[in-house]
Write a protein that binds this ligand. Structure first.
Ligand code: PBG
Length: 329
């Protein structure tokens, strides 16, 4: 008899569909990226990221309280560093009274239970816009890794719960973990950007922090000698396995939407939580298409973000976190 099984029975109406739904976004899924600037009383919109802002510390405090009230319980901090503080070695990154170090304290004082994660990378501090120290056109690995470990320690001392190295130098997780242990920061976690691809989707973020590689002779124009080649999949597994062995508590795949296959691969092989980053370019594409009236903003936002969860992401870093949580209510 035709057909015994009719899958449409499970889709008859919203009540039925919600009964059998496999993946649902909740506020607990989200990690909220925040951009911070020097000054007072400023909340400025990032031109290539409509409705996303840079905050001075006073307004950061307000924003964090709002996030907490909405049920968003973890943040990922990024700072925009003034040009006069940038150099090749990212010296300012180790300033105990630097903007990041102060920002950590502001968030922790405002909401002690808020999970504070910090970006550990040299690019916002580098006069060349790279994630490592440059010599003769080459991004040096080991010295960069040592500086990153010191930077992580400085964030831990300021009160960060988790440090999040986004640089892709080899061996930095091990060096960071060892230094944190040595200095008794045994409870400071590491969320490693372990499979981070050299992607064209980071453009708006580099606008937000003014951190793009500079256009100078003998300075690489892209990050392809350290970030991964998007033609590759096994390399993502290898990078992730090594970061877990080196001591990463959480691993990350980045970008998200065009790398859902990688998120699933990593979820299948990883015994630590997997994060995925819905990056600035993904945000900008949705905003731009919606602005033109070509896509339904909320519908496409929910569809794409839910796809991260279906692919296997335990944590989603997203600029849409607030918008989504508002819709879920
Ligand atoms: C820098 C860093 C980048 C992002 C997070 N950390 C940009 C880059 O690697 O050039 C991108 C995030 C986004 O695009 O939203 N280490």
């Amino acid at each position: 008899m035709f057909p015994l099984r009719r899958n449409r029975r499970l889709r008859t109406n919203e009540s039925m569909r919600s009964l059998v739904r496999e993946n649902i976004l909740t506020p607990n899924d989200f990690l909220v990226p925040l951009f911070i600037i020097e000054g007072k009383g400023i909340k400025e919109e990032i031109p290539s990221m409509p409705n996303y802002f840079r905050y001075t510390l006073d307004l950061l405090e307000k924003e964090v309280k709002e996030l907490w009230a909405m049920g968003l319980k973890s943040v990922l901090l990024f700072v925009k560093v003034p040009d006069n503080l940038k150099d090749n070695k990212g010296t300012e990154a180790l300033n105990h009274n630097g903007l990041m170090q102060r920002a950590i304290k502001v968030v922790k004082n405002a909401i002690p239970e808020m999970i504070v994660m910090t970006d550990v990378a040299l690019d916002p501090y580098s006069s060349f816009g790279h994630d490592g120290v440059i010599e003769n056109g080459i991004i040096l690995n080991d010295i960069s890794s040592s500086i990153l470990a010191e930077m992580a320690l400085s964030h831990a001392k300021a009160g960060a719960d988790f440090v999040a190295p986004s640089d892709m130098m080899d061996g930095r997780i091990l060096e960071m973990r060892e230094l944190l242990e040595e200095e008794n920061f045994t409870n400071t976690g590491i969320m490693s950007y372990s499979a981070k691809y050299a992607s064209a989707l980071y453009g708006p973020f580099r606008d937000a922090l003014d951190s793009a590689p500079v256009d100078l002779v003998n300075i690489p124009k892209d990050k392809k000698t350290y970030q991964m080649d998007y033609h590759n999949r096994e390399e993502a597994i290898r990078e992730t396995r090594m970061d877990i062995e080196e001591g990463a508590d959480i691993v990350m795949v980045k970008p998200g939407i065009v790398y859902l296959d990688i998120i699933r691969d990593i979820k299948n092989m990883s015994e630590v939580p997997v994060a995925a980053y819905q990056v600035s370019g993904e945000y900008a594409m949705i905003k731009a298409a919606a602005e033109k009236g070509w896509l339904d903003h909320d519908a496409i936002m929910l569809e794409q973000t839910t796809a991260f969860k279906r692919a296997g992401a335990d944590i989603i870093a997203s600029y849409f976190a607030k918008d989504i949580v508002r819709l879920l209510k």
